[in-house]
Design a protein around this ligand. Sequence first.
Ligand code: UGA
Length: 457
Amino acid sequence: MRIMIVGTGYVGLVTGVCFSEFGFNVIGVDTDAAKIAKLQQGEVPIFEPGLQDLLQKNLAAKNLTFSTDLIGNLPAVDLVFLAVGTPSSESGAVDLSFILNAARSIAENLSNFMTIVIKSTVPPGTCNILKQEILRINPAAKFALVSNPEFLREGSAVRDFMQPDRIIIGIEQEHSRDVMQKLYKPLQLQRVPILFTTLETAELSKYAANAFLATKIAFINEMADICESVGADVQFVAQAMGLDQRIGPLFLQAGPGFGGSCFPKDCLALQNFAEAQGTPSKIVSAVLTSNQNRRAALVDRIVAACGGSVSGKEVAVLGVAFKANTDDIRESPALEIIPALLAQGAKIRIFDPQAMPNAQQYFGEQVGIRYPKSLKECLCNAHAAVIITEWPEFKNMNLPEVAGLLCPFAPNSPRVLIDLRNLFIAHDFLGINMRYVSIGRPVAEPNLATICENIND
Ligand code: UGA
């Protein structure tokens, strides 16, 4: 089977590379000529563990090629995946223009029967809209539309593709079942559940999964706020909840709120879609509001931890990526926290193990922001450090060394570490002259560390 993948963003690139690893002949197509040129040279334009090796291996094996020419390559393939972006429009509804344009190009040039698989995340009913559009342009077109939403996570995308929890496939013709079964045979042999359903059900399943995971995160973050107000420990609460098999332990890590290119956009799209259908989702709306408010509340918490003012103070921001193992900063909490601290007069130094180029491009050269080359340089003589991303490099910091690098706000005041990812416990700070402020747990003051140790025991 020869496969074309239209769109070489996260989803399209990982999908194409992984199908070529299965032994299929894959061509990745994108309108971005510079990106295609890089991919042809074996260079992955994003940081995604394991992807570059697989890309280079399959380029060398000639299973995988890249081109900007959709039309010219169409006659040579049996199946097309559409994996182009579906961003939010200003109204919050999904902007379908990229996927509609791709479908139109295919419609105008379709000669043989084609299976057209929608990988992009699209609202229920979109496959039908695409089908009508293709038929409008080319009434004689012979094709089948399939919905095959993607559940991979940035940072573990290759593993998620190769070992998924399940594969969801929406079809409207029995023939598509055979095609998709052939495509996913390597995973079927690993006993990965492959569930067939209708187009609309498959489309909605993707939104429901993302919105539910976002709900879990928003929920535990609200529990963290309650923990802070009563002196309880959200890590324990999450563990207690997660051990109940009906709840499960994953996605219950309290933190700065969810970011990235998926949860915020998909929750907004689902909220919009549900409202337009006359079946508004109060839960999804509340999750979005709660996540948005959290960022401002965390800025207040950071300022309070710094003694009530950050004006004129040097604040080291550790992590700009929206989560670890990616260089993606889209919708990262850091993008709101940093400007808010700057507005209150703080001087910011930023360090991220992978996202420095993206951070520098986003914030640019501006008064009040520096981009140190190393973690040590970032911490050196800062008045406070704020961990925003859960990079292992931050988790493995030597705390006495960190305390030595930071400087106090005022004579006799402790150093301040604010950890929005709960990478440490109070016990780690025993004997260290540092105030440790984390999420949903009591503040560990230097003189309180001994008391915390006794509680932890
Ligand atoms: C998410 C879904 O997890 C994937 O299944 C889906 O395919 C993808 O969106 C998509 O729609 O394309 P991703 O955005 O890469 O994947 O990242 P996640 O690992 O899900 O994290 C999302 C956000 O939630 C991050 O900001 C992360 O820090 C936060 N999070 C996650 C928490 O705050 N707590 C947790 O316990 C887990």
